[in-house]
Design a protein around this ligand. Structure first.
Ligand SMILES: [Zn+2]
Ligand SMILES: [Zn+2]
Length: 134
């Protein structure tokens, strides 16, 4: 005698997909599968596709192009422009290009401040002293 249970195929035990994650050395710092990482030069540093795409946008921005937004908070230029209206007299958003880990990152003024505080990148500079990073 068969029951419904016997006829329906038993679900296979869920096999976990094992991925040896590597940390992205770019600004996002997330763990990524190796297939999503790009090697930077010969130093062994690897960054993910996202960070690489932003690096290219930063280069375009340095060449005069409009950035699409902030890499960290992911706000669009439209949103940032709205917020800048309340913060800056001229209403123009401040976008910063940060050299991080050998690549460039595009950050809005808020995230730029956070990154400066979160890293010790500028610790030994006058700017670091001014911002009391010591
Ligand atoms: Zn990344
Ligand atoms: Zn931001």
């Amino acid at each position: 005698m068969t029951t419904d249970d016997d006829r329906t195929p038993k679900p296979k035990p869920l096999a976990p997909v094992l991925v040896m994650a590597e940390r992205c050395h770019g600004p996002c710092g997330r763990q990524r599968p190796p297939a999503e990482l790009v090697s930077l030069g010969t130093g062994g540093a690897k960054i993910c596709w996202d960070c690489w795409a932003w690096h290219e946008k930063a280069l375009q921005m340095l060449a005069g192009a409009m950035p699409p937004g902030c890499q960290n908070c992911l706000k669009s230029m439209e949103t940032l422009r709205r917020e800048a209206n309340a913060v800056f007299p001229d209403g123009e958003p401040r976008m910063y290009v940060h050299p991080l880990e050998g690549i460039y990152a595009v950050l809005c003024w808020v995230c730029s401040d956070q990154v400066v505080r979160a890293t010790n990148l500028y610790r030994d500079t006058q700017y670091g002293w001014d911002q009391k990073l010591k």
